[in-house]
Design a protein around this ligand. Sequence first.
Ligand code: ATP
Ligand code: MG
Length: 509
Amino acid sequence: MAENDSTLSKALGFVSDSVDEAVSDFDFQPGVERFGRVSSIGSGVARIKGLTGVMADELLDIGGSATAMALDVDEKFTGAVLLGEAEQVEAGTEARRTGRVADVPVGEGMLGRVVDALGKPLDGRGPARSERRLPVERPAPAIMDRDPVEVPLQTGLKVIDALIPVGRGQRELILGDRQTGKTSIALDTIINQRGRGLVCVYCAVGKRASSVTKVVRELEEFGAMDYTTVVVTTEEDAAGMQFLAPYAATSMAEHFMEQGRDTLVIYDDLTRHARAYRELSLLLRRPPGREAFPGDIFYIHSRLLERSTHLNEDHGGGSMTALPIVETEAQNLSAYIPTNLISITDGQIYLSPTLFRKGILPAVDVGRSVSRVGGKTQLKAYRAVAGDLRLSYSQFEELESFSRFGTRLDEDTRKKIERGRRVREVLKQPRSSPLSAAQQVFLLVALGHGVFDERPVEGLAEDQQRILGVLDESLNDLAQSILDGDAIDDESIERIATEAKAALSEDEG
Ligand code: ATP
Ligand code: MG
């Protein structure tokens, strides 16, 4: 029985120990045409005549020198996207079905590796050891197999963990114009997972090779490659590979999720993924829709993101959190691809170029950002501080624009503005310097208790360091209970505020 099962699943291409085995095991039925001929080829796609019984996503071998993936399976023609160079292919070249759908190697051996969209190593460190292969395209887990999102995924960034908390299994969009710090937020989140047992996959879609190199170097520098796989397609790669990459990355994470592990996948970015798919669709002569994107672009992305979830205990309790990135143009959130993705995800972190220019980093626009499910997962201690914080920040933004007109302000308004400026300052955070939940709560409690009110805004970065320098030691017990998810009582809040004040005045003398 078990043996039958495995032959069947191999034949279907679901599990295969090695490529060759999978191909030789495939049972081509009599009457099924395994060979065909290329009738047209160009810019990333090929149309092939004569094949029958082709599966969606099946790999085709073209003249022994090129690989393609069947995307359009038609009675007369097979429309396939080329996965890589195809210089020697011309009209009339023989095409052969492989009986195998596009798949990637998965498992522990993939961690620390930099691979392409088919899982082939790009880091020059030899073949990747893999336990098994998974198809890149897999159905999302059934609703009945899922559990609500329950555990927070700490990004280590105060502004996100306090105000836009993300839970494990959530899909949170990061969107903003060019160069607003989108990738930085994703990388900081990966770096913050060190020692937390999470598996991360960073997927670059159509990026410049130099920026991918920078990403890998940074992950290495912070020891994050130990638990991370980087899937890379650059702008030079075939559109077919760029299209495939996010699905491949998802399968790699899925393997760990199915083993009960928590995983995090970054898609950087889906704007480029949509463009690659648009290019392929137009070349395959599918009818263009809005902004020339094919009609199924929404489905393409929802099918991808639907695979991120939190599995229930019967299925191991693993999770996959997705942080898709989308690039907007001129802050236009209502363009086609951004609105699609906003509606598919469980919230968005919006990065504003205006804030970025003012040096308010990370440039998160709190008013336009939301997390729809993460709030329930947030560690209890944050609840003592987050509500006040959001309120005083939004009041401040409103008042600030008024006060610019030089109107005379009453004492109360002046105080609100002074507090607001400090809130904004404390929510700033430099690159690659994640803070634990306890450290964040300490600083935010101090902020809410006016510890910084009499301090010059310019010195707040240093003040925070000083406070943490003392409190990390003296409030060790409290830090542990915050991390354990306990709520903090008024007494503890007083303790934090008093110690923080003392830490600042101590240094003064
Ligand atoms: P692109 O659109 O090119 O992909 P992006 O939106 O991903 O850009 P990043 O590459 O993450 O933006 O960041 C742009 C620049 O801003 C980088 O030089 C980065 O180091 C800097 N930066 C981002 N966040 C911070 C921060 N919190 N503190 C200081 N510098 C930052
Ligand atoms: Mg980027």
